[in-house]
Design a protein around this ligand. Structure first.
Ligand code: NAP
Ligand code: ZN
Length: 409
């Protein structure tokens, strides 16, 4: 079951954008040392060049991953298969994987029954250790990111408009999506390595804080994209509902655009944090008086709360023609008031991550401005505890797993 479109009944018919079959003659090795005797060049995560392929960087491989085998189970290490590096593929040794609330929705079955064992993780940064012959975007040794998707048809009008996340033939998401290349389902970033078409790899500029950049691959792009689409401008008033992974990135990105931000939170303890992050105002969702006093004041709202809640009081805080963008609650919603929507000519919208080009854009945008997530770095054995804390709204503001911890060299 696809993480996102399970509810929507989309079928997944995407095919690899690059050559899926392995033709070893076409596999090349990055780096100058690729010549001569060595059939492949692999670069370790420390950057050291190796004149062999000890980790199986080009061929099919089995890698360590952390999986949930039921909605209730705790994470346990398993071995998963990664395909050989095709002509258009890159192989990434994963350094960091963010924990998104979507991982939890998926494993808990909130969007349909997943294909257990499930290996979540769609905020991924690592080092490129092998590239196919046709790869031009990366060289061995580069840092690369992978976000929420790994393939799409590349031919439909949405793909042609750089909206691969809205592929009409079904986006292949990074985990728990039918894998059209290898069969089975896709496995995500709670793992040691991933092979992906270079088209779905995101260039990570050198010198950035890799761990704190990892959440930009989902939380960053998902909040950046609506700000671009609805053209959030300097001096405009924006509301952000929910101060978690997505919410805190929404605040940082809106601050960078010169907007004035009001945070709506259920956690009294986050009011001060909201202001530290740059919000002008922060109110409790339970404070009807405070929310009522905001009536007609906001140009745009980005709602990241993961469950349905009474949205109408927040929608009433929009100005005439304002837009409420729900990115968080992807199931059945609470009812809207038609009269109030009509009276204020309000729009209710949804938004799904962002395309590959836009994901590269937000990475470059944040690198240029030193915008990054507030993270807690954990080791793989701490995933269960981190999930419990995310579900308890006790996240400040993204858990990132150090996937190199405990990994064999
Ligand atoms: P998160 O880190 O858990 O943050 C969500 C925050 O929302 C919580 O920390 C909490 O903040 C608030 N919240 C929690 N339960 C709430 C409730 N019942 N009512 C109101 N507010 C509540 O989650 P996330 O990783 O940011 O993800 C947020 C949602 O976005 C998830 O549902 C995820 O699946 C979805 N998502 C969608 C897309 C997309 O493309 N549309 C992409 C990624 C994620 P306070 O303590 O401030 O109240
Ligand atoms: Zn996510």
């Amino acid at each position: 079951m696809c993480e996102f479109c399970g509810n929507l009944g989309l079928t997944h018919l995407s095919r690899p954008s690059g050559g899926g079959s392995l033709d070893r003659r076409r596999l090349i090795l990055g780096g100058a040392a690729a010549a001569a005797a060595a059939p492949f060049v692999a670069v370790s995560t420390t950057g050291a060049m190796a004149q062999s392929d000890p980790a199986g960087a080009m061929g099919p491989s089995k890698v360590r991953a952390f999986a949930a085998s039921s909605a209730e189970s705790r994470f346990a290490p398993i071995e998963i298969d990664r395909r050989a590096v095709g002509a258009s593929d890159i192989r990434i040794d994963i350094l960091y994987a963010g924990i998104c609330h979507s991982d939890i929705h998926t494993v808990k079955g909130d969007w349909g029954k997943p294909n257990y064992p499930t290996v979540p993780g769609h905020e991924i940064i690592g080092r490129v250790v092998a590239i196919g012959a046709d790869v031009t975007k990366f060289k061995v040794g580069d840092f690369a990111g992978v976000g929420c998707m790994v393939a799409s048809c590349g031919e439909c009008e949405n793909c042609l408009a750089d909206r691969e996340q809205n592929c009409l033939k079904g986006t292949t998401f990074t985990y728990d999506s039918p894998d059209k290349i290898s069969g089975g389902v896709t496995y995500g970033g709670y793992s040691d390595a991933i092979v992906v078409s270079e088209k779905f790899g995101i260039r990570i500029p050198p010198g950035v804080d890799l761990a704190a950049f990892t959440p930009l691959l989902c939380a960053g792009i998902t909040t950046y994209s609506p700000m671009q689409h609805w053209q959030l401008r300097r001096g405009q008033n924006v509301g952000v509902v929910g101060l978690g992974g997505l919410g805190h990135m929404a605040v940082k990105l809106a601050v960078s655009r010169g907007a004035e931000i009001t945070v709506f939170t259920t956690s009294p303890g986050k009011i001060d944090d909201a202001k530290r992050l740059g919000a002008k105002n922060a109110v409790l969702l339970s404070d009807a008086g405070a929310i009522g006093s905001l009536f007609g004041s906001l140009d745009l709202v980005i709602s990241t709360a993961p469950e349905a809640y009474q949205m109408m009081p927040v929608i009433n805080a929009l100005k005439l023609d304002g837009t409420f963008v729900n990115v968080g609650a992807l199931g059945q919603l609470e009812s809207l008031n038609g009269m109030m929507m009509a009276f204020g000519r309000k729009s209710f919208a949804g938004s799904m991550i962002g395309g590959i080009a836009e994901t590269q854009e937000v990475i470059d945008y944040c690198a240029a401005r030193n915008i990054k997530a507030d993270i807690e770095l954990i080791t793989p054995d701490q995933i269960d505890r981190a999930w419990d804390r995310v579900m308890a709204k006790d996240v400040r503001y993204r858990f990132v797993i150090d996937m190199s911890a405990g990994r064999k060299a």
